[in-house]
Every structure is written in structure tokens, then in C-alpha cells.
Design a protein around this ligand. Structure first.
Ligand SMILES: NC(=O)c1ccc[n+]([C@@H]2O[C@H](COP(=O)([O-])OP(=O)(O)OC[C@H]3O[C@@H](n4cnc5c(N)ncnc54)[C@H](O)[C@@H]3O)[C@@H](O)[C@H]2O)c1
Length: 272
């Protein structure tokens, strides 16, 4: 391989890295798991749906990757502790934590039941806090570590019917910044990836909706939903040593949504 190729492979490689991925069996989690295993990482596939995580483990193994499934409920402190202990016992260390588990229920502020509020907050925000705290204790012992939280376009821009979800994702970015500030002294970095409108089972209802999908396309400069695969590059970069001086930021991968979406009709000789 060329010298440039060698260098890139070295700084972006996840070889030898033990990576915890929550929500691993979901639409985005699966792609991140495949992508990071392909870059040499060993992935702890953590999900409340153990069967789906085990199925993913077999699929990754069939492609020559390294991954092991673990059961995890991020709403349950005992489950978090048992899962993190089992991973440390098995691998001896944790290099990267990716908090990807998340849920949403689209309904108006006036309609949200307290139980719905508690569940979305419990998984998306408290779950990220508790999981990071438990893993952070291990990373503190190691004096090294790296946290990647999955935010959302909705951490900046609000959408109707997503009040609780938007609040959790804004909170996730705030937490990411706090982790970066407090934990740099322990050798731990923290960043967020904020996906725009990505087509997965979580968002399929919106993309199939007759009016909401039209509205969405107008708000994306690239006029299409993202694919989960399109988040993999940033994830590998943040998990690898290529990003060794990057901490405390949220990176939006959104096809040009936050910048303003597709333009209104303007005068130009250059018709697309
Ligand atoms: N799909 C999008 O357009 C989009 C956009 C922005 C951000 N996100 C975020 O990306 C992340 C993944 O979304 P997705 O589209 O893959 O969703 P998904 O529903 O496909 O996957 C979520 C995964 O989390 C797991 N999970 C749910 N509750 C859990 C719990 N208590 N403990 C452990 N695991 C649990 C589920 O079993 C599932 O495997 C979420 O944090 C979501 O908010 C998604």
C-alpha cells in the first residue's frame, strides 16, 4: 500500500479497540456495528432485544468481524452495571462507548401522558447519563476513553410532535459538553453525532406520510433522507485516533438540513 494509505489506515483503524454500542440492534446501530467491525474494532452489541443483538453478532462473524451480544436495559441501573461488568470481565477494558439506544413517540405537547414523558426521558437522556457514568468509572481507572452520544437534528431544530424527544436530544448534547469539560483531565473525550432525517424503522412512518415527507424533502438541501450507512464515516473517525484533539462537539450529518434546506425559487441561468 502507498505511504498515504498506510498512514490513513493507521490513524483511522479501530484495531484492538473495545467498543460498547447501545441500541446495537436498531436501524442505525446495526450499520455502525458493521462499519466499526469492518475497521477492526471489537463491538459489544448491547440491546434490550438480546435475540436481535445475537442475530447481528452472527451476521458480523460471518463477515469476519468481531462482535459479542450483551443484554442491556438502559432504564435499569442493575442491568447497566451487570452489562458493563460483563464486558470488562470479558475484554479487560473499554475504549469507546457509543450511546445509540433511543426512542420517540410523536404527539402534541398537550397529548403527552406522564408515562410517555418518563419513558422517552428515561431511555434517551437518563439512560445516556447512567450508562456513561458507569462506563466513565472504568475509563477513569484506565485514564483513557472516548464517548460518542447519538443526538439528533432535533437537538437544534424543533419539529411538531417531538417536544420530549427534542428536549432529550438537546440534553444529550449538553451532557456531551459537560463530559468533555469534566473528563478531559482523565484522558476521556466526548462528542455527539447528530443525524438528520435518516430512513430507519424509527422514522419510516414520517417518510411514508403523504404531507410530512414532502415538507421534509423541502427542508433538506440534498432533498432525500440519509441512509444509516452514511453515519459510519464520522463514527469511525470519532472512535479512532484520527480525532484525538476533538472533544465537546456535536457533528450534524444531515444532507444540509440545519443550514436551511433546499432554497426557494431564485433567479438563475443554471437550472438543475
Ligand atoms: N432514524 C432517524 O432518523 C434518527 C435521526 C436522528 C437521531 N436518531 C437517533 O439514533 C438512535 C438510533 O435510532 P434508530 O433509528 O436506529 O432506532 P431503532 O428504533 O431502529 O433502534 C433503537 C434500538 O434501541 C434499542 N432499545 C430501546 N430501548 C432500549 C433500552 N431501554 N435499553 C437498551 N436498548 C434499547 C431497541 O431495541 C433498538 O434496537 C436513537 O438514539 C435515535 O434517537 C435517529
Amino acid at each position: 500500500m502507498s505511504k498515504i494509505g498506510d498512514h490513513l489506515e493507521k490513524i483511522y483503524s479501530l484495531d484492538g479497540k473495545i467498543i460498547i454500542l447501545t441500541g446495537a440492534a436498531g436501524g442505525i446501530g446495526r450499520e455502525l456495528a458493521f462499519g466499526m467491525a469492518g475497521a477492526g474494532g471489537t463491538i459489544a452489541l448491547c440491546d434490550i432485544n438480546l435475540k436481535a443483538a445475537q442475530q447481528l453478532e452472527s451476521e458480523i462473524a460471518a463477515e469476519g468481524g468481531k462482535a459479542v451480544a450483551f443484554e442491556l436495559n438502559v432504564m435499569d441501573k442493575a442491568s447497566i452495571k451487570a452489562c458493563v461488568d460483563a464486558i470488562v470481565e470479558r475484554f479487560g477494558k473499554i475504549d469507546v462507548l457509543i450511546n445509540c439506544a433511543g426512542i420517540n413517540k410523536r404527539e402534541g405537547i398537550l397529548d403527552v401522558e406522564e408515562s410517555t414523558y418518563d419513558r422517552i426521558m428515561g431511555i434517551n437522556l437518563k439512560g445516556v447519563f447512567m450508562m456513561s457514568q458507569e462506563v466513565g468509572k472504568q475509563m477513569f481507572k484506565q485514564k483513557s476513553g472516548n464517548v460518542i452520544n447519538i443526538g439528533s437534528h432535533n437537538d437544534e431544530d424543533m419539529l411538531g410532535g417531538c417536544s420530549v424527544y427534542g428536549a432529550t436530544k438537546s440534553g444529550v448534547v449538553a451532557l456531551t459538553r459537560s463530559m468533555a469539560v469534566e473528563w478531559a483531565q482523565y484522558g476521556i473525550r466526548a462528542n455527539a453525532i447528530s443525524p438528520g432525517h435518516i430512513l430507519t424503522p424509527l422514522s419510516a412512518v414520517t417518510w411514508e406520510h403523504p404531507t410530512r415527507s414532502v415538507w421534509l424533502r423541502e427542508r433538506i438541501a440534498m432533498r432525500r433522507p440519509g441512509k444509516p450507512k452514511e453515519l459510519v464515516g464520522m463514527c469511525i473517525m470519532l472512535a479512532s485516533d484520527a480525532s484525538s484533539y476533538m472533544t465537546g462537539q456535536a457533528y450534524h450529518i444531515d444532507g444540509g438540513c440545519l443550514v436551511g434546506g433546499s432554497p426557494w425559487d431564485f433567479d438563475t441561468k443554471y437550472k438543475a
